[in-house]
Design a protein around this ligand. Structure first.
Ligand code: GLU
Length: 489
């Protein structure tokens, strides 16, 4: 068999959402796995709802995820002539006919059918027009649409995901191919393009299943071998309802804005409906390509588990080199006023070591920026629950004692600061934790984080001393220890 040719065919009527991205990704994985060709086709025939901006947004989303196309982007509007010619061929061959029924007449007949409890489908009134009649009415300027004449019988195909699938043609309406303004409809354009682009596998969402028998019949009417079809399961929110904005971010670019890494979203989307077997989750792109097959794609809906994505992002964040992270976290630092040029220059080595220290516990880029804040400025808040627990009346004295003990060191490294703290705890006759917890809060504003001694080493002696003093002042301030805001400025 020759190499597969697959396509992703978004309509640029909205941003690239996670469902579309997942479709693109499965096409891409399949093309890479089978050494085929991945084609990008922009289905922009709905001119009123399509926009250049959305085309750009879709391309940007794909680029960000690393889903590159081998051919295209083709724009469907540019191919309209082909679609029209195909429709005319079908008309001439008697596989399609003109329909003069007005929208009002159709509506009235639909209502009558429904009132009698019958499901409505076009009643083929215009198929029965006497020969020559349709030509005369069209020539006289009466508006018409072109309908496909659905043949009798059954349409069967072997879905790559769902297996053998069968439709009674009698359930399929004579679909419109050309609208009254002459514009081709989705099903016609899609089939003509899939044919001329020699698409071998149509891989798309489950919401297109009902189009598939129509498209197979159209391929046959155009004397073409239909491609294979595979329909990917729906993506649901955690409440098992179809994923929508109600469930949080749905556009790919929003994930970028929220501080996700593209490789994490890529990996996560790949597992939405596909299982590589075993309990493998974090996988390189090469591993995913190697393992991808439609056998592993389930037919049941996939649930979008935000917590899992967040976890995965944390895993990928840890795997990134500090030098990459520095560039990625910079916009967040800039927007917080925490960026300075020396982080790329005189303090670069220090900054990279800091990111390595902090990345272990962060899940999103803004988390990393937040964790870096206390190292870059003394203006940071204390976690209120931590204040309640650790900034007790006696803590101020302990923090000052720690300050004094550390001040005696020429500089702080992990070993010496730990020795000083433990020695002080012994002298004060308190547990080390009675120093460690308030000190961590004093230095980072948080109750959890990397080892306190690593924090001290990264912060440097003078920075540590100032933050300990500030915390002691806050604890002793008359307004009470909870009001850290007054210390900001
Ligand atoms: N433009 C259609 C969509 O975005 C493409 C469907 C198909 O892949 O055939 O849903």
């Amino acid at each position: 068999m020759s190499a597969p040719r697959v396509r992703f065919a978004p309509s640029p009527t909205g941003y690239l959402h996670v469902g579309g991205a997942r479709t693109a990704l499965f096409n891409w994985l399949y093309a890479r796995r089978e050494k085929g060709v991945f084609i990008l086709r922009i289905e922009d025939t709905d001119q009123a709802r399509s926009s250049k901006e959305m085309v750009e947004a879709i391309l940007e989303g794909l680029r960000w995820l690393g889903i590159g196309h081998d051919e295209g982007p083709y724009f469907q509007t540019a191919l309209r002539g082909e679609h029209e010619r195909a429709a005319l061929r079908l008309l001439e061959a008697g596989r399609a006919y003109r329909c003069f029924c007005t929208a009002e007449a159709l509506d009235a007949r639909r209502q009558a059918a429904e009132a009698n409890g019958r499901a409505w489908k076009y009643d083929r009134a215009c198929l029965a027009l006497p020969p020559g009649d349709a030509d005369r009415r069209a020539a006289a300027g009466e508006p018409w649409v072109m309908r496909f004449r659905v043949p009798e019988g059954v349409t069967e195909y072997d879905d790559l995901v769902h297996g053998p699938t069968r439709f009674q043609n009698s359930d399929i309406e004579d679909l419109v191919l050309l609208r009254s303004d002459g514009s081709p409809t989705y099903n016609l354009s899609c089939v003509v393009d899939d044919r001329s682009m020699r698409i071998t596998h149509v891989i798309r969402g489950d919401d297109h299943i009902s189009n598939t028998p129509k498209q197979i019949l159209l391929h046959a009417a155009l004397e073409a071998e239909p491609p294979r079809f595979g329909h990917l399961p729906l993506i649901l929110g955690e409440d098992k309802k179809r994923l929508s904005k109600r469930h949080g971010a749905v556009s790919v670019i929003e994930y970028r804005k929220n501080g996700y890494l593209p490789e994490a979203l890529f990996n996560f989307l790949a597992l939405l409906g596909w299982s590589p077997g075993g309990d493998r989750e974090i996988m390189t792109v090469a591993e995913m390509v190697e393992a991808f097959s439609f056998q592993g794609v389930g037919s049941r809906s996939a649930v979008f588990d935000h917590d899992k994505l967040l976890w995965m992002n944390g895993e990928y964040l840890k795997r990134r080199q500090a030098a990459d992270l520095a560039g990625l976290v910079r916009p967040w630092l800039e927007s917080e006023g925490l960026w300075s040029a020396d982080l790329e220059d005189a303090r670069k080595a220090w900054f990279l070591a800091l990111l390595d220290l902090l990345k272990e516990r962060c899940r999103l880029l803004p988390d990393l920026a937040g964790a870096a804040r206390p190292f870059l400025t003394e203006r940071f808040d204390y976690d209120p629950a931590g204040v309640e627990k650790h900034f007790t009346a006696g803590a101020a004295g302990r923090l000052i004692a720690l300050r004094d003990a550390l001040a005696a060191l020429p500089s702080l490294d992990e070993g010496s600061s730990e020795a000083v703290l433990r020695d002080l705890a012994g002298r004060l006759d308190v547990k080390a934790a009675a120093l460690i917890h308030p000190a961590r809060l004093a230095l980072t504003g948080r109750t959890v984080g990397p080892s306190l001694f690593a924090v001290m080493a990264a912060m440097g002696r003078d920075g540590v001393l100032r933050r300990l003093e500030r915390a002691a002042r806050v604890i002793e301030a008359p307004a009470g220890p909870r009001d850290a805001a007054q210390e900001r400025g």
